[in-house]
Each structure stands twice: as C-alpha cells, then as structure tokens.
Ligand binder design. Structure first.
Ligand code: ATP
Ligand code: MG
Length: 765
C-alpha cells in the first residue's frame, strides 16, 4: 500500500508551489481547507464551494499527513453525491481515496453494523428489508394482535416506526403516551414486537441501521472506541438536512477528537417533512464551543442575475441566519419568466427552447427540468418522447411507478384478458382474501389446462377446489373484469379507467393509506387519467405506453434531466427550467395546509435550491389553465414569481399566454390503434362466455358449456361411476363429466364440482 501523500500539482501549481487542491481557492475556502483540526463549520449559501471545500480538505488532510485515508469518515446525502465525491477525491489523491470511509449515512452505518451485528442480536449477514417486506411484516403482526388493518393501515405504522427511528428512539424509549392513538393506542407495543420479529428474521430495516449503531455505541464503549480511534477526522456535507439519529451518531463518533467538519446551508434545509432538523446546524457552535466557523460569500456557480434573484427570494424568509452572497461572474441573462395558456403549451414551449439550445451547441446533459412533485414529470416525458428528445428521469419514470404499473395492469387485463402478467399483478391488489395457497392452486390449474390465468380463475371460481372465501373473491374479480370488458368500447377510455380504479377498490386502497407517500401516489393515479384522456381508445393508449416504456437506452448525445427539486440538491446545470410555478402546486397546497408558515418557508427554500442549481440560465414558467389531478382549473402564478426582483427577471409572455392558447392542444401522439382484441392466439372463447354469464345474461340449462376448458386438447375422458382420487377431497365416484369439468360424489366430502387436472384415476394412484 502506497502511503505517500499525494503530490499532484498542475501546471499552475508547479509555478506557485501550491498543490492542485488549493489552487484557485479564495481566502475563506482556503482557511476551511487548511483548518485540519478541531470542530469546523462551513455555513454558507448555495454554490459557494462547500462541497469543493470538503473534497479539497480531504486531500489536504492526507497530504499534510494529518490523517491517513482510513482515518477519515466522509458523509454525503445521496449515493449519487457519494459517487461524485469519490470521483473528485480520486482525481485529487489517486488510488488512496479507496481507503476513505465515504458514503451516505445509511451505507456507512450498514457497513459498521455488519461487523457488530451480534451485539444487537443479529448475524452479520442480516437482510435489509425493503418497504414491501416491512409492510408485510407489520401486517402479520397486526393480524396476530387482532388489529383492524383497514382502520390502521400497516403503512401508517411503518411511517411511525420510521419517525421514531429518525429521532433515535428504540422501543424502550417510547412511552404509551408518545404513541398517541394510532393502532388503538398500541403502536408502542407493536413497535417492540416488530423489532423482536426483525431480530428473529435476522433482518433490519433502513432506520435500524443507524438506530442499532447508536445502541451499540452507547452500550459498548469498547466498540465506540474502536471507531473513535480509527476515525479521527469526520466530514459531513449537507449538514442542514441531518435528522436526530444521524446527529447523535456523528456526535458520538466525534466525541474523542472533536475533528468534525460540517458544511451546509440553513437556506437549503428541505427535508423538515422527513425528520431533518435544521436546528442541528444552527447549534453547532453551542455543541462545540471551540468551533471555527467559516462563511463563504462568493458564489462560483451562477451569474449575477441568477444569484440576485435567488438571494432576494430567500430573503423573504424570516426564519434564517441571513447571508450575503456575491459573484465575480458577469450579470448574465436575467431569469426568464413565462406564462402560458395551459400545461401543454408550457411543455411544448419548454421543449422547443431545449431544441433551440441543442441546435446552438449546448449539451443536453447540461440542461435540467426541476419540478415540485413527481407527477409533474409526466407531461414533459410525453412531450420529449413525442418529439424524440432524449431525457432521463432521476427517481422513477412516471410509467414505472408502482401505482401506475398496478393501474396499467387493470387496463391491460381489460383490454386483453389473456395478459397473465397483468392478471398476476392485480389479482390480489387490493387485497381480496386470496391467500398463497389459493393462488398456487390457480396457477397449477392454469398451467395444467394451458389456459390464461383469468380464464382459469373463472373455471376455478365455479368449482369446489377453493375455500368459499377465495371462490367468492375469484368470482367477484372475474365478473368485475368481465363487466369492464363489456364497457370497453362503449365509454371513453379515461372514464373507463376511472371506473375501474374506483370499482376495483384500488383508489380506495391508497385513500385509506396513511403513509407519507400515499397522497403522491393518488396524484399520480389522477395524472394517469389525464394522460388517458388524450386517447380515443384504450388500445390506442396502451400501445402508446408500450412505446413509452421501450425508450430505455441512454443516449450517447446526452439527455435532459428531469427530476424533483428535492432530488436536485447539491447538483448544478448550465440551464435550469422551473415549470409549474403556480399557487397550489408550488408552494404546494398540501404543505401549506399541513404546516402553515413553516411549510411556506420550506417551500421557499426549495425555490431557492431550484434557482441556485443554474449556472447560466433559469426559465421559470406557469400556466393560466392546468389540468391538476384530472380537473381543469385556472391557476394563478406562484407568489414566488411576484417575490422575484424586477431588476433581475425578464418577463416573456409573448410566446405563451394569449397567443398560443389559440393554437389549441397538441394532438395525442398516437390515435386509435387498438389491435389487441379478445380472441388473439393463446386465448380461447371460454372466458368471453363467462363474461356474459357473470354479467347476468341468463344462464342456459347447459350451463356447463360456459367454458371450463378451451380446446387445450388435454381433455381426459372419465366414465360415469369411475373411481377417482382428488388431492383435497380424497376418493370418489364420477357422477358426470364434460370435458375437463367433473361432478364427483366423494366418499367423505359429498358431491362436488372439480376440475380434471386435480384428479387421478384410482387405478393410477
Ligand atoms: P450547494 O450549496 O449547491 O451544495 P456548494 O456550496 O457545495 O453548493 P460547490 O458545488 O462546491 O458549491 O461549488 C459550486 C461550483 O463552484 C462548482 O462548480 C465548483 O467547482 C465551483 N467553485 C467552487 N469554488 C471555486 C473557486 N474557488 N474557484 C472556481 N470555482 C469554484
Ligand atoms: Mg454542495
């Protein structure tokens, strides 16, 4: 291992004798970088080089032999930021950078916990649970405790446990009173049970990673000392967004050496709603009385107009420390403000501006569109697809989100009842009481009879193979699908989709869900309906989607980035578009309703984060009419627009409001192309018959012709009175048979209707 300090000097630094990581730093930046011992706080505005100071300081620590790479702990906020910092450090100090303990709070804590898992009753190979697993587990516990999961959705408890963990509170720290009335006042005891169960499963959830390490550090001084001795220097980016658990974890680690360097900006604290405490950064000097505080005032990212606009906006927040920023950069372009007739217009104009930039030599990689809420990406995604503009979405693309995939599965199944993947996805979503065993039976039956799942479900629903509850559930499911199928060509697809989501209970499932992300999922579902409204037929819409989903490969020529403002923290782009600046959307009405004035200030900080992502150009826009969650509404520009200083903006309403409204809306990218119809290969007519039956058409006396088995060629002939054996009902005699459907008089279970694939001839048993 090469322990030599890095000696990278660039041409410039060769002459000045200064190492490359100090070259070009301004005086306060250099002070921060060269203050290598003791507590250090860099508290300053956006784009002033905080992240750059952290990386340079890391190089300085190693170069000055103050610390070896393995003595350094560097914490970033996202994995993306960790990767970027790793790259920057590797450029500065070479392969030794590998030895630095660098990552997000979660990844670092997970690494530590694997080493000491046994101290909290886990093995080192413990599983980290995802949200689905967590919910399943909580649900099992609630069932066992006899709690009503309709009244107290498991997600709600998951969120509560998560929030306790964010505050560093294990089950032993939660009193009955703290738990409120959630789950009939039993949240605290469920929390305890949940933690016990995780232990039995050798599993941890995300919140546990830090919580367990906190527990270990506070109960095993020897372990804490190992880390305190090893990690002599700690650095943290985006410190304003740490929660209590993260704060405590850092404080314990830094207790011995006090070499803790935190950088952040109180004006960019945007995760209050997720438990972040901006107070952590504000009390740093109190926590570490010997702290050196450095303020950076020069912004290197943005032009004069952009910086002035952002600074003046954030100055309207009362609850802030207040800072003055300046830039040596030129004034640049003013912040462009455009108003449009409607959202389509906005998307169309935005994409033409992007095309213009591209044609004049700008790289798409330097352009970002930042939105307030996830559902807003859809309109731009569709527009970009329609004109073939390469883009990527940070987070999940609209049509890949779980709730959209579920909704699409309903639509696919109604459009094409042989679509087994769709059927599988939603047959028990929302929960219909179809347990694993019933679903297994269904799959086995469908396989053995070579039928699509839905057709098989129709068959099974009329037999006695399943328990009555499961049978009824299947009957209802099949008849619902059949009902919607009948309506498929009779009503506009958006109305059909709305009806399906309501009648299936899918919308209600999310309405009842108290998890923090449930409202956003409902918003996405409404946005899906808006998307469908563009199409005349369901088939046309689905075909459009299959093309949307196909557009996956990254484009070598670069891509416009689409993401939420939250995801954009710490990043920078030449050109930033900030669409949808309308009251209710941004600031978000929900935030205002729930958290009032404090919420408004957090929204304004988000606006500040948005504007300060731009190096050269900012385009803010709003529309006079917008379809929000499926309803057209006229909207008024965000109050943040009015708060921008007149001298630094240019209002550009000419291309938008008024004129383009007359142009009318863009035609849907795809018209009627419904090609998938019932009766395609692989799908027999049986289900169609069942459909009409379950819709209430008179059932003929030969009801058994209603499609039990559709020409699979696997029909087995049974004779009347022949002795047979059934896996579930045992021995019996054939009363009557028709193709794959049999009536059997069982010796013990009485007369039942069963399907042939589950029985064997007694002679073959
Ligand atoms: P944010 O608050 O958005 O996280 P930040 O304070 O972390 O911003 P950086 O991302 O470190 O700021 O820096 C912003 C930009 O300014 C980067 O492109 C960085 O390389 C550049 N920069 C920082 N300091 C200097 C400097 N002394 N000379 C030239 N460019 C600099
Ligand atoms: Mg930064």
């Amino acid at each position: 291992m090469d322990n030599a300090p890095p000696d990278t000097y660039d041409d410039d630094s060769q002459q000045t004798g200064r190492p490359v990581w100090l070259t070009g730093l301004n005086a306060p930046q250099e002070k921060a970088v060269t203050t290598v011992s003791g507590p250090l706080l860099v508290l300053s505005g956006a784009g002033t080089g905080k992240t750059r100071v952290l990386t340079s300081r890391l190089a300085q620590l190693v170069a000055s032999r103050t610390a070896m790479p393995w003595n350094i702990l560097a914490v970033t906020f996202t994995n993306k930021a960790a990767r970027e910092m790793k790259q920057r450090i590797s450029d500065l100090v070479g392969p030794m950078s590998e030895q630095v303990m660098l990552g997000t709070f979660h990844s670092l804590a997970a690494r530590m916990l694997r080493k000491h898992a046994e101290l909290v009753g886990l093995k080192s190979d413990f599983t980290i649970l995802d949200t689905d697993d967590q919910i399943r587990l909580i649900k099992q516990l609630m069932d066992a405790e006899g709690l009503d999961i309709k009244r107290w959705p498991p997600r709600m408890l998951m969120a509560q446990f998560g929030s306790w963990k964010d505050r560093g509170l294990g089950p032993d720290k939660i009193g009955i009173a703290d738990a409120g009335d959630i789950a009939d006042g039993r949240a605290a005891s469920l929390y305890k049970l949940y933690q016990q169960r995780l232990k039995t499963l050798n599993a941890a959830d995300f919140g546990d990673l830090l919580l367990h390490m906190l527990k270990i550090f506070t109960t095993h001084q020897d372990v804490l000392e190992i880390y305190q001795n090893r990690l002599t220097h700690i650095m943290v980016d985006e410190y304003q967004d740490t929660n209590v658990a993260q704060y405590l974890w850092l404080r314990l680690l830094a207790q011995k050496h006090h070499n803790l360097c935190c950088v952040g900006d109180d004006d960019q604290s945007i995760y209050g709603w997720r438990g972040a405490e901006v107070g952590n950064i504000l009390k740093f000097e109190k926590d570490y009385p010997k702290a050196v505080t450095v303020r950076l005032e020069q912004n290197y990212r943005s032009t004069g107009h952009i910086l002035a606009a952002a600074s003046s906006l954030i100055a309207q927040n009362e609850n802030r420390l207040g800072k003055t920023l300046f830039t040596a950069d030129d004034e640049g372009e003013r912040v462009a403000i455009s108003g449009y007739w409607d959202g389509y217009d906005e998307a169309r104009n935005l994409s033409s501006t992007v095309e213009g930039l591209m044609n004049s030599g700008h790289s798409l990689n330097d352009i970002a569109v930042l939105v307030r809420a996830g559902f807003q990406t859809r309109e731009f995604e569709e527009r970009f697809l329609a004109i073939g503009l390469p883009y990527r979405v940070v987070g999940t693309r609209f049509y890949e989100r779980a709730e959209i995939r579920d909704a699409m599965a309903y639509l696919r199944l109604v459009n094409q009842p042989a679509d087994d993947l769709a059927c599988e996805r939603i047959i028990n979503t929302p929960k219909r009481g179809l347990g694993a065993a019933s679903l297994q039976t269904l799959h086995a039956f469908a396989r053995s009879t070579e039928q699509p799942l839905l057709a098989a479900a129709g068959g099974l629903a009329d037999s006695d193979e399943l328990k009555p509850q499961a049978r009824r559930a299947l009957q209802r499911f099949c008849s619902s699908i059949a009902g919607w199928y009948q309506q498929r060509d009779k009503m506009p697809p958006a109305d059909l989709a709305r009806m399906i989501l309501d009648e299936s209970g899918y919308t209600e499932m999310w309405q009842k869900d108290k998890a923090p992300d449930a409202p956003a999922r409902l918003e996405n579902l409404k946005e899906l309906i808006v998307a469908i409204e563009e199409f005349d037929t369901l088939g046309g819409f689905l075909e459009h989607i299959s093309l949307v989903m196909d557009n996956e490969t990254p484009n070598p020529e670069g891509e416009v980035t689409l993401m939420t403002l939250h995801a954009a923290k710490g990043l920078e782009y030449d050109t930033v578009f900030l669409p949808g600046w309308e009251e209710g959307i941004f600031p978000s009405q929900r935030t205002l309703d729930e958290t009032g004035g404090a919420g408004l200030e957090e929204e304004r900080r988000l606006a500040y984060v948005g504007i300060t992502r731009a190096r050269r150009n900012v385009h803010i826009s709003f529309a006079a009419n917008r379809r929000v969650h499926g309803l057209w509404q006229s909207s008024i520009p965000s109050r943040f627009v009015a708060e921008l200083p007149k001298d630094h903006i240019k209002e550009d309403f000419t291309q938008g409001l008024g004129m383009s409204g007359a142009i009318g809306r863009a035609e849907p990218a795809m018209s009627d192309s419904a090609t998938t119809r019932i009766g395609k290969p692989g799908y027999g007519p049986g289900w169609q018959r069942m459909a009409s039956r379950s819709l209430g058409s008179p059932s003929a006396p030969q009801r058994d012709r209603d499609g039990w088995l559709q020409g699979t060629g696997k029909t087995v002939e049974f004779q009347k009175d022949e002795r047979i054996f059934h896996q579930k009902f045992g021995m019996g005699s054939v009363v009557s048979s028709d193709a794959d459907k049999l009536e059997i008089a069982f010796d013990k279970a009485g007369v039942k209707k069963v399907v042939a694939s589950f029985i064997k001839r007694a002679s073959e048993v």
